[in-house]
Design a protein around this ligand. Structure first.
Ligand SMILES: [Zn+2]
Length: 295
């Protein structure tokens, strides 16, 4: 059960968003700054995303009439402009995902601002606009991240996990919507095998790995909620996995009462509800202002 479910457009039972984080090979460069540029296997594994998987994913979206959201680090956007152009030309959304996938909690305030704003400049240059949404690399947003989002007029974050459905973040600087993520519908745990950055998990079969995301959908559908996949083109955009997704999508769309939309479109809808008096659950931040004192 979901308390205070959000009414979706046209009586849809569930709002749905497949979000793809186009990390490409940023991960190896940020994690191995000394010699990442010459580690060819992880570079090629990442390049598969923008060069092979994105065209495949966009074909499916075109065929099924879907508009969806992508998040990309600024460096990836500069490195793979064709993929970015194809995404934009098809009417999809691109959100902010750092510059070189730097972890906000690993860098200090001034440095965090520098990379955040450098990525914003890339968005301005390559998309002609500022992004409305943000997802922190490895979900690692901190208070300074939220401040930057408010300061730069972002409408939503999609890095936090405090509810099943979109909610509000109220910070001392302002408000944002949160489009909540969680690991259950993220493709990293079942599919990422990446010893160079510390992941040595057994890779699951396509249908078994994706079953986690699909079960999350069924629960959200039943409860009238919000389902969001957090996937990566170089993982779920691989041939056999995407084949499973395509067949699943066809089945879900055939039910007819789901609303697939970009996160920006969902934000527009939330704004409309707020204007009509709908109250969203609000999480007030900061959660804590100092380390927990023991003893
Ligand atoms: Zn990422």
């Amino acid at each position: 059960m979901i308390r205070d479910p959000i009414p979706w457009p046209n009586g849809a039972r569930c709002a749905c968003a497949i979000t793809f984080d186009i990390d490409a090979d940023s991960l190896i460069h940020i994690s191995k700054p000394r010699d990442g540029f010459d580690r060819l296997y992880p570079i090629s594994m990442g390049r598969y995303g923008p060069t092979v998987a994105i065209p495949r994913i966009l074909d499916t979206y075109r065929r099924l009439g879907l508009k969806q959201s992508f998040f990309a680090p600024g460096w990836v956007m500069e490195q793979y402009p064709d993929a970015i152009e194809a995404i934009l030309a098809a009417g999809h959304e691109i959100g902010h995902h750092g510059y070189l996938h730097e972890d906000p909690t690993e860098i200090g305030g001034a440095e965090q601002r520098y990379w955040f704003e450098r990525a914003l400049d890339v968005h301005r240059r390559l998309t002609g606009r500022l992004p409305r949404g943000y997802r922190a690399p490895v979900y690692n947003a901190n208070g300074a991240t939220l401040d930057l989002l408010v300061e730069h007029g972002f409408r939503y974050d999609s890095s936090l996990m405090a509810d099943d459905i979109p909610y509000r973040l109220a910070t001392p600087k302002g408000r944002l919507y949160e489009m909540p993520v969680h690991w259950g519908s993220d493709d990293w745990p079942p599919f990422a095998h990446y010893p160079e950055i510390g992941y040595m998990m057994p890779v699951m079969a396509p249908s078994a790995g994706l079953a986690a995301s699909f079960e999350e959908f069924e629960a959200q559908y039943e409860a009238g909620g919000f389902w969001m996949a957090i996937w990566h083109p170089f993982l779920t955009g691989r041939l056999a996995r995407w084949r499973v997704v395509e067949r699943w999508l066809e089945g879900v769309l055939a039910r007819g009462n789901v609303w697939f939309a970009t996160l920006e479109q969902i934000t527009d809808h939330l704004d409309g509800l707020a204007a009509a008096g709908h109250e969203f659950r609000t999480e007030r931040l900061p959660y804590y202002d100092k380390p927990v004192q023991l003893g």
